[in-house]
Design a protein around this ligand. Structure first.
Ligand code: CLF
Ligand code: SF4
Length: 508
């Protein structure tokens, strides 16, 4: 589980950061989240429909697993410590077990037998998959042989990518993530001190030039062969926050399907160059501001959970501890394909029913509310419904709503039920701080005291949509809210003036 703790800087409100964890992870439209499935060509829709990272909707229903078979890396990022797993799109944490390809395939079989909605197997570290090509490709071959229905996924820093495109195609890997933190070598040289390329260690600007060129070359080659490419970028305040808007435009022009801008994870105890030099992480609001500035460019992924290199389960849940090598020895190892097919067919039927219900039930959005745009937080454990009690939430999903519609905007982690010694009061304070730019929280149930604390922060506590579909419920709430704003019964909160915004916690 996460090891989250509160930190306070001088004069700051509570900031929640994650400390090192026992485990490792995968690497770093409109202005909204992932491109909408119903607007995609059939062939692409089919590729993303069951992929929890490539489809925001799918992430409510389908799980992924990572197999940590790739320990080595061919570059150095200033946000990475080799004792921890790859931080390209993961949070720092050692993987609990590094696997051989055979062990990885056995683990995939066990997970597929236990979690029928596991639809994607990815390799994302703890180093770089393509710096370990034999192990990576042996694993992918083994997984495809026992589980032909899963999507195979890779996440790489891109340096070795052009050398392996043919094998990626041969193995039917449909999804590749490339971490591109900069396209300008001057900017990149502040992030990567060295690379290992062509049998030698190369430093400084020359290293950055080679890496940037190879990343772009790899992206072009994959796009030309029909592979869906996602680009991950780590947002590093003072280094690349302005530059990422340009990165977004360029990777879109080169054919990237999605752009995932993630917050830097930086803490001195991680021992990374950035952590030790005092490079700070962005706030949740700074991250959102950069994402919003990318409007009109490559579609943005906003539901990334920066998972471990051995993550198992739905995004946002972590079931890796249930599938250690020791434990899988006692789980029946062969997945039942008929059971998997039936379970996934039920998911698809549920999705169709929910889509029909959404269309049938969605109240019209009030056109008499020009300029009224609100953020709301939703407590959900998946399936697109408001189904978690406020006090049991481990995260809240954030949506934006205005007269144009409801858009997913990200998530905020909270620690209301942690196991450490932090006082309940402090946990609640941190949770309220993290939601301080929201006008309302929609949960299955909200106790009297949290309700009071939310009200004091100007956040409405709403339980009347318990078990309701998220989009329908938000529209219902907004309908009422905009009416109250119009009648002068409620002061509209833009979120810009939220008193604790400075201290809103960083997902890190
Ligand atoms: Fe893993 Fe990455 Fe494939 Fe997803 S994760 S290799 S694309 S299957 Fe997903 Fe996790 Fe974010 Fe990665 S939420 S860290 S984007
Ligand atoms: Fe670490 Fe960067 Fe290598 Fe990933 S690509 S393992 S973050 S040095």
């Amino acid at each position: 589980m996460r090891d989250a703790k509160l930190e306070r800087g001088p004069g700051e409100a509570a900031v929640l950061r994650e400390g090192p964890v026992a485990g490792g992870g995968c690497k770093a439209s409109r202005c909204g989240s992932s491109a909408r499935e119903d607007e995609l060509p059939d062939a692409i829709r089919e590729k993303v429909r069951r992929h929890p990272c490539y489809s925001e909707e799918a992430h409510h229903h389908y799980a992924r697993m990572h197999v940590a078979v790739a320990p080595a890396c061919n570059i150095q990022c200033n946000y990475c410590n080799r004792k921890f797993d790859c931080a390209n799109e993961s949070r720092p944490g050692v993987v609990s077990e590094r696997l051989s390809p055979a062990q990885a395939v056995a683990k995939v079989a066990a997970v597929a037998g236990a979690i029928a909605q596991m639809s994607v197997v990815g390799i994302a570290g703890p180093g770089d998959p393509l710096a370990n090509p034999e192990k990576t490709f042996a694993t992918l071959r083994g997984v495809a042989a026992i589980l032909p229905d899963v999507h195979l996924c890779l996440s790489t820093n891109g340096l070795a990518l052009p050398d392996h495109v043919d094998e990626i195609i041969r193995l039917n890997v449909h999804h590749v993530t490339i971490t591109i933190n900069a396209i300008d070598p001057q900017v990149a040289s502040r992030i990567y001190p060295w690379i290992f390329y062509d049998h030698r260690r190369i430093r400084g600007l020359e290293a950055a030039e080679i890496l940037c060129a190879r990343q772009m070359e790899g992206l072009r080659m994959l796009v030309a062969r029909g592979v869906l490419c996602k680009v991950n970028s780590v947002l590093i305040p003072g280094v690349n926050e302005d530059h990422l808007v340009q990165v977004n435009r360029v990777v879109k022009a080169e054919g990237a399907f999605l752009h995932n801008i993630m917050p830097l994870i930086s803490a001195p105890e991680h021992g990374t160059a950035f952590g030790l030099s005092g490079q700070r992480a962005p706030t949740a609001q700074e991250l959102k501001a950069v994402q919003d500035r990318c409007a009109g460019g490559a579609a943005l992924m906003r539901h990334c959970r920066q998972c471990r290199a051995d993550a198992v389960g739905l995004l946002g849940e972590d079931r890796a501890a249930e599938f250690t090598l020791q434990k899988i020895a006692s789980i029946p190892v062969q997945p039942d394909h008929a059971v998997r097919r039936a379970a996934q067919a039920r998911i698809e039927e549920t999705r169709r029913e929910d889509a029909r219900a959404r269309h049938a039930q969605e109240p019209p959005l009030p056109m008499a509310a020009p300029g009224v745009r609100a953020q709301v937080a939703v407590a959900t454990s998946g399936a697109g419904r408001i189904n978690v009690h406020f006090g049991r939430a481990r995260e809240f999903q954030i949506y934006e709503v205005d007269a144009q519609g409801v858009r997913f905007a990200g998530h905020r982690r909270v620690d209301l039920k942690g196991e450490d010694a932090m006082a309940d009061e402090e946990r609640l304070h941190a949770a309220v701080c993290s939601l301080n730019d929201c006008a309302a929280v929609l949960a299955a149930r909200i106790g009297a005291y949290p309700r009071e604390r939310l009200a004091a922060a100007g956040i409405e506590a709403v339980e009347r949509f318990a078990e309701g579909l998220i989009h329908v419920s938000i529209r219902g709430w907004f309908h009422d809210y905009a009416g109250r704003v119009e009648r002068g019964e409620t002061v509209h909160r833009t979120g810009q003036d939220a008193p604790l915004r400075q201290g809103a916690y960083v997902v890190a």
